[in-house]
Design a protein around this ligand. Structure first.
Ligand SMILES: *[C@@H]1O[C@H](CO)[C@@H](O)[C@H](O)[C@H]1NC(C)=O
Ligand SMILES: *[C@@H]1O[C@H](CO)[C@@H](O)[C@H](O)[C@H]1NC(C)=O
Length: 360
């Protein structure tokens, strides 16, 4: 009797779980600010070891879908005014949407959001990510493109990126939709792009190291758009990618925040960080030192720290590695910020905001 009941319950549960449901973050009353909205979406991130070969293949975009995704990124970047009537490509429209979102507390700002439409059992069906721009060009204060490639794994970086993007009037915000290890335990799970350092494997869903993640296509589209619209001048523009570092001995524990432009820490790179040229990363270091008491380091300050992001594929592009070589190239306006945990959390949002405003 009891057994039968249990079986019936799990059958009913199973049947309801396999149905895709609409993601309702945009209409939830708890999504009253951009950061709270991003926190809601973050809950749908594809978790560790979720995919098998067939579900991963089904989640990846077709060529037509990818073209639609790139077109949607361009649509968002050229938004000025009401984007609620933005038209999505017919191949993309079944999976993604563009909405106008206005905050209902705090700064009451308006944004245009490209986000995924549906989930199954609380997990994104596709997991390509999410993008945000200010709803009007008048609301853009600085040409800083924020991104968070490692949701869940680098705890709170999507929320932090959203908060800093909103508070500083940034140009765009891009957040990946998959944990970097979402496709994990199969022979073809490691990325075919950048191999990890000795002892570390980089996986296909890792958007900082795999060039088949739509997150990477979106970053490339953002860069191309920026280059066609005034370029990315040192004094006012940067691509700021937020990461979180661990606490182990190999995580540069003496540094609170380790900033890098994706160059190494050999002599030529150290010279790049220490020469007389004014660069966004140097200014950001100075301004972060003004607001935080922990150590803020560049590769030239701590040559023993390996978190130099030389394997970051977007960093490679920005540092002039030809597109065809990004998976093999050795190693701007790229700023990779590895942060100890406290520095990513809400009590330090204001300090970070002040530093970005002063540096850029
Ligand atoms: C995300 O991946 C990291 C490892 O990359 C793992 O430690 C963490 O538990 C994962 N989180 C979720 C919710 O999948
Ligand atoms: C920007 O950087 C380039 C080289 O990276 C340098 O030649 C130029 O002088 C810099 N501009 C400013 C305003 O510092």
């Amino acid at each position: 009797m009891t057994l039968k009941l249990v079986r019936l319950t799990s059958a009913v549960l199973l049947a309801s779980q396999v149905h895709a449901t609409a993601i309702d973050c945009l209409t939830r009353s708890s999504s009253s600010t951009l950061t709270k909205l991003i926190n809601c979406f973050n809950g749908f991130t594809v978790p560790h070891d979720f995919y098998n070969p067939s579900t991963y293949a089904a989640a990846q975009p077709t060529t037509n879908e990818l073209n639609g995704w790139i077109a949607a990124v361009n649509t968002l970047l050229s938004t000025d005014g009401d984007c609620s009537s933005a038209v999505l490509d017919t191949f993309l429209a079944p999976s993604y949407r563009i909405d106008l979102f206005t905050e209902r507390e705090g700064a009451f700002k308006s944004y245009c959001i490209l986000s995924e439409k549906s989930a199954t059992s609380g997990v994104y069906n596709r997991g390509w990510g999410l993008m945000v721009v200010p709803a009007t060009t008048a609301a853009i204060s600085r040409t800083v493109h924020f991104s968070a490639p490692h949701p869940l794994a680098d705890f709170n970086t999507p929320q932090q990126a959203a908060e800093l993007f909103g508070a500083t009037g940034g140009r765009s915000l891009l957040i990946h939709g998959r944990n970097r290890t979402a496709y994990y335990s199969y022979s073809d799970s490691p990325t075919c792009c950048v191999p990890g350092p000795t002892g570390t494997t980089y996986y296909k869903c890792d958007a900082a190291h795999d060039n088949t993640q739509p997150f990477f296509n979106a970053l490339m589209t953002i860069r191309t758009y920026q280059n066609l619209h005034g370029g990315c001048p040192n004094d006012s523009c940067a691509y700021l990618q937020l990461h979180g570092k661990g606490t182990g001995a190999d995580s540069c524990p003496s540094d609170a925040i380790f900033l890098s432009a994706g160059l190494g820490n050999g002599a030529a790179s150290v010279a790049w960080y220490t020469d007389d040229t004014d660069r966004p990363i140097k200014r950001l270091k100075t301004e972060l030192q003004h607001v935080f008491s922990g150590t803020i380091a560049l590769p030239s300050d701590d040559t023993s720290c390996d978190l130099t992001a030389t394997r970051n594929i977007f960093g490679r592009v920005l540092n002039g590695v030809p597109f065809g070589d990004i998976c093999i190239g050795s190693a701007s306006q790229f700023i990779h910020a590895e942060q100890a945990k406290d520095y990513r959390l809400a009590p330090n949002y204001d300090e970070w905001t002040t530093a970005i405003q002063a540096a850029l």
